[in-house]
Design a protein around this ligand. Sequence first.
Ligand code: GLN
Length: 194
Amino acid sequence: SPLIGILSLQGDVREHAHVLAVLGAQVTLVRRPTELDGLDGLVLPGGESTAITRLARTVGLLDPLRAAIADGLPVLGTCAGLILLADRLADGAAGQETIGGLDVTVRRNAFGAQIASFETDLEVPALGPPPVRAAFIRAPLIEQVGPGAWALAVLADGRVVAAEQGNLLGVAFHPESTGEIRFHRRFLDRVASR
Ligand code: GLN
């Protein structure tokens, strides 16, 4: 079974570990650069992207993560994990560094205070029926999809909430917290075919 790392500096690590275990993956927690060795895939969890980035910088993980992505490591990022994968952050996050790799512009906390968290049913053609139950928790939005990436999931009003580029999959919501396994399965399919 594939060995999947979960970046475990902060965030909803346990929920991802559960879904990955259900799908038959072997899970290991990543807290320092040597723990990237031998991974078949990596999950960047939801949480607080500024905290995760600060801790990743402190332990020297930012450049090793960039190198692993450049080398083709399949990565699934959800919510804060999407923010970490984004090549660009919209203004308001000036100065916040990302790992990058996914050719998108992401706006943090894009849904405003009143509806900062909500759930909705989302048709995702690439995953087929039934619709995805999507939990948005102070979620980011993909404001622009560059030529390298494509929009995997859009809200009814057309706003983009998931994007893919090669072995990178970024999702603005939390499939791991609503019993949704198809994004993780898609990620594990990438891992298997690498
Ligand atoms: N608002 C968080 C951030 O900006 C993301 C929220 C989440 O991961 N649930 O990092």
